[in-house]
Design a protein around this ligand. Structure first.
Ligand SMILES: [Zn+2]
Length: 162
């Protein structure tokens, strides 16, 4: 009997970049896999928007293959996708190269990550803390210091300005 898959929604962590990074298995290109055949980002797109028209592919606007945030996914043609990959210097098996044109997409060090929390991150942190996650583990997960998490959960962090 096949093992039951964990719920799709439980298989990602939210990064300060806004990416929902897949925590399940990945294929050789870095894309998340759900079950034997399904690609996680395609499923995420279908869950959020309905269907993927034939002849179309789901592309990442964030250039982060394991990302399953529907807000970072858009439809494109195969040709567009290939051009995009070539332009970003992403070849098979290699991803997350630093892109000098988009420094914000490069993973930042701990010292600089604080200002990259989005309003969504802040809401997620409050929700997860309310659900029992410790401030320390949230700080690690979102790569911010615990003082920041503490201010967020005490509602001293204005979501409008982050
Ligand atoms: Zn993303």
């Amino acid at each position: 009997m096949p093992r039951k898959l964990p719920p799709f929604e439980s298989l990602h962590v939210v990064r300060v970049s806004g990416c929902w990074e897949w925590t399940g298995p990945r294929n050789e290109d870095g894309y998340g896999k759900y079950g034997k055949y399904a690609l996680a980002h395609r499923l995420a797109y279908i869950n959020a928007r309905g269907t993927i028209p034939s002849e179309r592919v789901v592309m990442h606007t964030c250039d982060n293959p394991p990302c399953v945030n529907p807000a970072h996914l858009k439809l494109g043609t195969v040709a567009e996708n290939n051009a995009d990959r070539a332009q970003k210097g992403r070849s098979k098996g290699v991803f997350r190269k630093a892109d000098p044109k988009h420094p914000a997409k490069v993973r930042r060090g701990e010292k600089h990550s604080r200002s990259t929390l989005s309003a969504d991150d802040v809401r997620a942190i409050r929700k997860r803390h309310a659900a029992g996650e410790s401030q320390t583990s949230l700080a690690t997960l979102y790569r911010v210091n615990s003082g920041t998490v503490s201010r967020i959960v005490r509602n001293e962090w204005r979501t409008e300005v982050v």
